[in-house]
Ligand binder design. Structure first.
Ligand code: M6R
Length: 599
């Protein structure tokens, strides 16, 4: 999705804005642009393709300023092109504006503005806002008031930042459903779609509420709520280390992020309270009376939720319903009393998950979120939150966030199991001890990297890839297929191993690689049978297990419900190396955005 960076302060900011855009490249984009206020005029520069192209243009122009806005565009309305890229301007060229989101009533507004004589240059919904603001300024003398009135006329989702050469030194912004965060530094104020854009300059951040409008000058930041009343928003200190947003010598962020997993899981475990049986996100009273859970998420986070269903139902013995957020929000769900709604999201900004959460909240459910970003929209809407501590995840394909989500959800399963008396204290302590050993076991699992690479080299030319598993490892098969699809653009599917014979076996052909996820468990023999069924039809079985076995990728032994936390890294390496052998653009796969902030 689009990336926004704005700066207003005491420093020249062209470099800061370009640096910020580079840090947001992971969000996915097709063009980039910048607007600088130079000598009471707005200079707009745009380039199709990479931020580097824009950087060269800016350098060549020699333009600089202490106030500016910049943008990476991910096309929604109109093809990727110079004219459609942001910033957009009004008829006079005095106003420049960047936008992330979708303006639903833009056509209606555009027709009114055309009738009033406005001339449009692009096909975008965004340009309408610049002209609307121009129109508002004909009636209203104050830039910020006119901007606030403009936002009232917009339907849809947006994060907006605007400048006007008629009001030098003022940057205005608004947030409704799309992410926008401010960075407070000694140099000045940043506005951005995500923290990495300014993390190397400050770790002090303000997250805005939906409906907020913001006025920034060199020395001040003012926030107004949805009713345009002046308000204050908390300044958060971000604990992320800037090195987490750097590649650190690895060829790709994805590879680095897989290698970060032992440390990230360790950090996540360390933030759990010393006595997890007493307080873990949920107050004890709440945890005791829960009769069931709805867990809702998208993509990889949805797969983490599916794994959690098996773990929670097994240990805590309470029912769990898991659903994709994009489906959940439209179902006429008859919410059950004393059920808890759990939202799982790395970014905390996924529009589908947020919409499902709001629906559950409106029906009186208590909300627990499992998120990676403090202050994100999902966290702000939740009654309780537990954080994954994996720092910024830059690669579009989620890896370390998945493992940390599984970690938090496993902890939740153990807590519920204990407080609801589904397991004894002694059982809890044994399980918890094994759980705390996870970072060490993950470190050992990473040693399988070169073995996985060898396997990937043998199979990467296959047109199709299959993953199978049972029980808690079935959703892991889905995740393995998603990861591979995302970054290799190859056909990949995950199946419940027992389901293969009910149809999917028809696609098994000579040489097709089938990854079989087979931890030692009561279903182990059944997994072997599934492997025999597919290899009898010519499949090349890649056996991933935690018990000694010939020609297998063997991760350290744990109980079968912890196995997905270790085997996930094998699947992540597998996807990574296949995509790398195919020469794909791993960190920024085609058509994908890191944070999907539109429904
Ligand atoms: O930020 P979220 O966890 O809410 O994002 C959910 C999905 O969009 C995300 O997991 C997506 O599927 C990733 N590209 C997976 O690699």
């Amino acid at each position: 999705m689009c990336g926004i960076v704005g700066f207003c302060g005491k420093n020249n900011c062209a470099d800061l804005l370009i640096e910020g855009l580079k840090k947001l490249e992971y969000r996915g984009y097709d063009s980039a642009g910048i607007a600088l206020e130079v000598k009471n005029k707005i200079t707009v520069l745009k380039a199709v393709g990479q931020v580097k192209n824009l950087e060269n243009l800016v350098k060549k122009s020699g333009k600089n300023s202490y106030i500016g806005i910049a943008h990476t565009r991910w096309a929604t309305h109109g093809k990727p092109s110079l004219v459609n890229s942001h910033p957009h301007t009004d008829c006079t060229g005095n106003i420049a504006l960047v936008h992330n989101g979708i303006i639903e009533n833009y056509l209606e507004l555009k027709n009114i503005l055309i009738r009033k004589g406005h001339k449009f240059k692009s096909e975008t919904d965004t340009e309408v806002i610049a002209h609307l603001l121009e129109e508002e300024l004909k009636k209203e003398k104050d830039f910020f008031n006119a901007f606030q009135k403009t936002t009232r006329k917009l339907k849809g989702a947006f994060a907006l930042v605007a400048l006007s050469s008629k009001f030098p030194g003022v940057m205005v912004a608004a947030k409704r459903q799309s992410p926008l965060v401010a960075g407070i530094s000694k140099k000045g104020f940043f506005l951005a779609s995500d923290i990495p854009a300014f993390l190397s300059h400050t770790n002090k951040a303000i997250f805005f509420e939906d409906g907020d409008t913001i006025k920034i000058t060199q020395d001040s930041i003012e926030v107004y709520d949805a009713d345009f009343h002046k308000t204050t928003r908390k300044i958060h200190t971000i604990s992320w280390d800037i090195s987490a947003a750097e590649k650190g010598g690895f060829e790709h962020f994805m590879l680095k992020e897989i290698h970060d997993e032992p440390q990230n899981v360790k950090d996540t475990l360390q933030t759990l309270p010393p006595d997890i049986t007493k307080a873990f996100g949920l107050p004890l009273k709440e945890a005791k009376r829960i009769e069931g859970l709805y867990i809702v998420a998208c993509g990889t986070a949805y797969h983490a939720a599916l794994v959690a269903r098996y773990v929670i139902e097994h240990f805590a013995k309470i029912p769990v319903e898991v659903e994709m957020a994009s489906e959940f929000k439209y179902r006429p769900i008859h919410f059950k009393k004393n059920w808890l709604f759990v939202a799982v999201s790395q970014s905390g900004e996924t529009a589908d998950t947020l919409a499902a959460l709001k629906n559950a909240k409106a029906h009186g459910l208590k909300i627990l979120s499992v998120c990676n970003v403090i202050g994100s929209a999902i966290v702000r809407e939740s009654d309780y939150s537990v954080f994954t501590h994996c720092g910024p995840e830059i690669s579009v394909a989620s890896t370390k966030a998945f493992t940390c989500q599984l970690t938090v959800l496993y902890a939740l399963a153990l807590q519920l199991a204990y407080v609801q008396n589904s397991i004894t204290k002694a059982e809890f302590e044994d399980l918890y001890q094994e759980f705390l050993n996870l970072p060490e076991l993950l470190k050992q699992t990473l040693k399988l990297e070169s073995a996985v690479k060898k396997v990937a080299k043998k199979v990467y030319k296959s047109p199709s890839f299959i993953f199978i598993g049972r029980n808690a490892s079935f959703p892991l098969a889905l995740e393995g297929a998603l990861k591979l699809k995302e970054i290799s653009y190859k056909h990949a599917e995950g199946f419940a191993a027992g389901e293969i014979k009910h149809g999917p076996i028809a696609i098994i052909d000579k040489g097709i690689p089938v990854v079989a996820l087979a931890p030692k468990s009561s279903l182990y023999e059944k997994m072997i049978s599934s492997c025999q069924e597919v290899s009898a039809r010519g499949a090349r079985v890649i056996f991933v297990t935690n018990t000694p076995s010939k020609n297998a990728l063997e991760v350290p032994y744990t109980n079968e419900y912890l196995f997905p936390l270790l085997a996930a890294t094998i699947l992540q390496f597998y996807a990574y190396f296949i995509a790398n052998f195919l020469g794909r653009e791993i960190d920024k796969p085609r058509n994908l955005a890191k944070s999907v902030t539109v429904e």
